[in-house]
Design a protein around this ligand. Structure first.
Ligand SMILES: CC(C)(COP(=O)(O)OP(=O)(O)OC[C@H]1O[C@@H](n2cnc3c(N)ncnc32)[C@H](O)[C@@H]1OP(=O)(O)O)[C@@H](O)C(=O)NCCC(=O)NCCS
Length: 167
């Protein structure tokens, strides 16, 4: 017997992304996700930019690993900050852990950070073919704001620009 009525969507457990720290576990974990997800990945040393207050911020979700080893970084996202605007750099979820709400939780954490920092808007670029990410961002409150022709390499592709106004 469950407390759900028939046809109800099962509730996902609440996820609590943490701030990315300048530690090997966080930086290397996020860099591993970059390598798995992107053709031009950020390195661990470039990800350090996201741990410098006032310049950037990162959030990640870790899950328990084998006893005695470091928790495993399953999802991460970063945002650069310029005056009153945020720009999401990337959001990456390990391929074995997609469709569990991790990407949405990271996006919410970045938008909450933007609100707390009194930013006016958050923008991002995404490959026009990346339906999963575009759907994720629309659900989080982003709207299409333009297109940048040939923005991406490996392979060459246009970027969709999306913006979320922070209220
Ligand atoms: C895009 C990405 C971050 C989504 O992460 P995720 O944890 O799987 O997404 P979530 O489970 O939080 O999904 C949130 C919503 O996004 C949308 N979505 C996610 N994956 C989708 C897919 N494959 N197809 C269509 N919609 C999708 C859905 O609306 C989903 O809500 P629902 O599960 O209630 O239907 C993940 O697929 C990924 O890491 N991709 C490779 C890296 C990448 O492209 N990052 C974005 C670069 S800008």
């Amino acid at each position: 017997m469950t407390d759900m009525h028939e046809g109800a969507t099962p509730k996902r457990p609440k996820l609590h992304p943490v701030r990315m720290q300048k530690t090997p576990a966080h930086l290397n974990g996020a860099a591993e996700l970059e390598k798995l997800c992107f053709s031009s990945p950020w390195s661990a040393s470039s990800l350090e930019l996201l741990t410098n207050d006032g310049i950037g911020v990162g959030y990640l979700l870790t899950i328990p690993a084998a006893p005695g080893s470091e928790p495993f970084v399953a999802a991460y996202g970063g945002m650069l900050i310029t005056v009153d605007e945020g720009q999401i750099t990337n959001i990456a979820v390990h391929p074995d852990h997609r469709r569990k709400g991790y990407g949405a939780a990271i996006t919410r954490a970045l938008l909450r950070h933007a609100k707390d920092a009194k930013l006016e808007s958050v923008s991002l670029e995404v490959r026009v073919s990346n339906t999963a990410a575009i759907e994720l961002y629309k659900k989080a409150g982003f709207a299409e704001a333009g297109r940048r022709k040939g923005f991406y390499a490996k392979p060459t592709e246009d970027a969709l620009v999306m913006v979320c106004k922070i209220k």
